[in-house]
Design a protein around this ligand. Sequence first.
Ligand SMILES: Cc1cc2nc3c(=O)[nH]c(=O)nc-3n(C[C@H](O)[C@H](O)[C@H](O)COP(=O)(O)OP(=O)(O)OC[C@H]3O[C@@H](n4cnc5c(N)ncnc54)[C@H](O)[C@@H]3O)c2cc1C
Length: 456
Amino acid sequence: MAAALTPPSFWLATCGDDLTPRPPLGANVQCDVAIVGAGYTGLWTAYHLTRIDPALRVVVVEREIAGWGASGRNGGWCSALFAASWQRVAAQHGMDGVLRLRRALERTVDDVGDWCRQHAVDAHFAKGGTLTLARGAAQVARERSSVNSDQRYGGTDTKRLDSTQARARLAAAGVDGAAFTPHCAAVQPARLVRGLARVVEAAGVRIHERTPASAIESGLVRTPNGTVRAEVVVRATEGYTCELRGEERTLIPLWSLVLATEPLPAPVWEQLGWRARETVTDGRHLLVYAQRTADDRIVLGGRGAPYRFRSGTAGAAGHRRTHERLEHELRALFPAAADATITHRWGGVLGVPRDWMPSVGYDRSRGIAWAGGYVGDGVGCSALAGRTLADLITGQETDETTLPWVGHRWSRWEPEPVRWLGVRGMTAAMAVADRRERRTGRPSRLAGLLDRVVDG
Ligand SMILES: Cc1cc2nc3c(=O)[nH]c(=O)nc-3n(C[C@H](O)[C@H](O)[C@H](O)COP(=O)(O)OP(=O)(O)OC[C@H]3O[C@@H](n4cnc5c(N)ncnc54)[C@H](O)[C@@H]3O)c2cc1C
């Protein structure tokens, strides 16, 4: 039997599974749907396929083990966030498109919680909403306009909190206000993805781990020790998509790094509050995100680890300078936890399309389906994507199959070295913009320019 793997994240290390790989594919097989990648996208798709038609033969091939990618490493925000701006979605699909997509994503957060209860998967789901703290004058100004804009685009539950209201929820440092949305749950991400794998396996899906796909073709997945022939092949490789032949410029892998403190004692929580386990961020440009875990740790992650030349997906998970910066941010943001020991540090890649617009689609003529490009908002989006893919593949016409992101085609990223220069340059510019805003108290014009570049 294969040995259990060393867990690449705090979440996988504490999810309760021993992480022994399931048997790899060892022969040629035939099935109805072959899925490459056992993260949320692949497994939600498998789940909904077997829910719609229990007779379908579904085979999942996974290079490592279920949850090895971003799904077992993320910040655990199961949110209704969508990477492309609502303004842009409205320009292309009208307000009706925006509202339908928003409501579908909001429902999905609750669906994930219901699914966990129904299948006895304890993913530590706690729907406490998201607090976006405004710290300093520049963030307060930006927050006011972003809440107004969000409300204009259907964010009926988004509201502003003044500093007293915000601090009553979370006594972080320098809080001058916050935006609040109820549409987010904190989860233990690895318990969710590992639970999904167990549930789909029980429904008859075959999962082959330690089985890398070397090529995805119409009706065919090639792996070292056998091919999977299928009517439909689903590409569910998100941040790793660039490693597949022909997909080198489809999505770039951006790194996000994370750390976890030891469990913190009651007096720290008495000072901080944070009783509803709200997911937390602030208004800076170079994103940080945090949650209070079910066992009373703070998990905080953020962007800024360097993009690797030619979209490398190895090596930056341990980028020391980024982890040090995040540790500094954690202690600065939560002074009550300033002395906390950091017990775990890790990172992972997420998939970013050139136009920042997630996509789910099925090219019936080639028998190839895909979903991804969630840009760091994939916990909720992937659950909706999996459901939608299953509907598309089985030919159901549902509300989901006509949502604005369905069938969206990505333009390709620039070749290297232009890509490397552009992505590195943007990351550096965001850090500069944050520093300037802290110094001057005024919203950075540089960041405004970057937002326009990202949003086309
Ligand atoms: C550090 C970090 C923090 C994040 N925080 C959040 C958050 O708080 N909230 C949120 O909504 N989103 C977050 N995200 C994004 C979110 O985790 C992802 O969008 C989501 O998990 C994507 O799921 P997936 O199944 O599409 O991809 P993955 O989970 O990456 O799964 C892809 C799978 O495909 C496998 N694979 C790749 N290539 C091959 C191949 N050739 N053959 C076989 N298998 C292959 C990989 O091993 C992997 O298991 C974060 C991401 C990271 C990295």
